[in-house]
Design a protein around this ligand. Sequence first.
Ligand code: MRU
Length: 352
Amino acid sequence: MKRLPFPFPVVRWQQDQVELIDQTLLPDRLEFRHCRAIDDLCRAIRELAVRGAPAIGVAAAYGLVLSWRRAMDEGLDTYGRADRLRRDRDALAATRPTAVNLVWALDRVLARTEALRGGQADPEKVLAALKAEADAILDEDIAMGRAMGEAGQALLPDKGTVLTHCNAGGLATGGFGTAVGVVYAARLAGKDISVYADETRPLLQGARLTAWELVNQGVPVTVLCEGAAASALRAGLIDAVITGADRVAVNGDAANKIGTYPLAVLAARHGVPFYIAAPASTFDAGAPDGNAIPIEMRAEDEVFRWRDRKVVPAGARAWNPAFDVTPAELVTAYITERGVLKPPFPPEILGG
Ligand code: MRU
């Protein structure tokens, strides 16, 4: 399989389409999925072809460029275009409820049309402005990844191991990563850091995606079932646990992939620091604590199946929350583009 450059082009605007690495095919095939209509993009987000809070935000931002482009192609008038944009914004916002970056990015792009007389300016000008805003969100995300990496790598020893959960690497962002970005930055700083990656049931983002991108970048990685994390911590194999987040509340409670909360409990039990790495766009000033974070419930079938095979007997039910909330008291610190923080967070972080 061909090696990717670094940072990876996870989402891009190409030939009037949103193109994204189809993460459902990894690690077997590296292919771009082409989204020519909003429905294609909504499906790609729901199916997790593009996933990870910052990457969803970037994809949704380009989604509004796509919405405007298609409205122009269809010859809609000013009001038709504005109406279409708002409807597509709502459709994209409804795809995944937990990652706050999604709504943050959509509203940031939408604000650009409002600044252009509610989108009544020359449609080509509006298109260019929407595209410029989406490009800025992408560029800023990569820059934030580098800044978070720089802040976080200072917490790591010269030689050591990081345990992570799900995929909070380049694939989950504009291309650099949050939790895994800290590892990349540590290695760029000359540190000998290797990674233990939880496989992350039920969709194996750790085994399929984190392991794939680390192998791709030449970073030593060992995959473990999340049930093995307690033993790895007890055996002293782990120096720090670092995960990403989909939404951080004002008090520091943080939603991330299901299985993160038990990892934080285990880290506390074994005296290993547990860090959340997340940019300002993941902090939600509107959520006072974790109880205000909506948790996405996904299809039972994801739990029933291992690849294409059904492994759970007919008649059994499944409970499949996609995320859990780690209470702030279990988080050692938050690695952000504005440094390593603890609550109360400054307004620059809570303002997005
Ligand atoms: O369901 P997913 O794969 O989108 O879940 C992703 C995660 O939980 C990530 O850890 C989170 O979005 C942070 S990504 C930098």
